[in-house]
Design a protein around this ligand. Structure first.
Ligand SMILES: Cc1cc2nc3c(=O)[nH]c(=O)nc-3n(C[C@H](O)[C@H](O)[C@H](O)COP(=O)(O)O)c2cc1C
Length: 219
């Protein structure tokens, strides 16, 4: 698989097969991912892997944790502008129409959202934390790290879904992984093999054309 193929075949998977992923494979992928660029080579990522029996313990812990939680951060800006707002609504509409869930069917939509908190059935996952001292530049390093991981996962035949939804459950996640106070949760990453029979995985999200966001200067 070349890089173009990895980039093109990566997509967010929201239904996984019950097929285990070895810790050793995840470790190998993380080692390779550590070649990601980061400003000043700070490598500001802190990763907690959840796999095997730990995944079962995590699901149990999660279902017992009932207190409402303070979100780690605001996932989207308030009053999201165009064209971002439309893109955001489009992807949701495309996904729900693929699933045959009507716009007004809040209950079914919510059920789909809740699948985030089961890692969409993925057998493995990690949580990505960052030191609270870090600012925007280091947060962008996290993005590079996560994308590199997702592409390497494709090369290994694995699928992924990055998940900011976990920001809403940061207290329970932090308690489970026993992260120190100086760390804050950025996101989760579901890891496994996609269930090709599931409609939700047919989603091929659109992109705005290059002309809309890239300017080739000619002065
Ligand atoms: C940092 C990050 C967090 C995300 N969080 C979630 C999430 O919590 N739940 C979810 O279903 N998708 C999540 N996504 C997936 C995006 O919705 C998805 O990347 C986007 O719609 C483009 O689709 P694609 O990944 O299939 O190309 C996240 C993506 C990124 C990069």
């Amino acid at each position: 698989m070349d890089v173009t193929e990895a980039v093109d075949s990566r997509k967010s998977i929201r239904a996984f097969l019950d097929k285990a992923v070895d810790d050793s494979l995840i470790k190998e992928l993380l080692e390779k991912t550590s070649r990601s660029a980061s400003g000043g080579n700070l490598q500001p990522w802190q990763i907690y892997v959840i796999n095997g029996d730990t995944m079962n313990s995590f699901h149990k812990f999660q279902s017992e944790w009932t207190e409402p939680e303070t979100p780690a951060y605001a996932i989207y800006p308030e009053n999201l502008k165009e064209p971002y707002k439309t893109s955001r609504y489009e992807v949701a509409d495309d996904m729900y129409s693929l699933l045959g869930i009507a716009r007004e069917d809040k209950e079914e939509r919510f059920k789909q959202v809740l699948k985030n908190y089961e890692f969409f059935g993925a057998p493995a996952a990690f949580f990505c934390f960052v030191d609270r001292q870090m600012g925007r530049p280091q947060w962008s390093d996290l993005g590079m790290f996560l994308q590199t991981f997702m592409l390497l996962a494709r090369e290994a035949g694995l699928d992924t879904c990055p998940q900011e939804a976990w920001a809403m459950k940061q207290e329970s996640v932090t308690a489970f992984v026993e992260a120190p106070d100086e760390l804050m949760l950025f996101c989760g990453m579901a890891i496994g093999y996609q269930d090709e029979s599931e409609k939700v995985n047919e989603l091929r999200t659109s992109r705005r054309p290059v002309e809309d966001w890239a300017v080739f200067l000619d002065k």
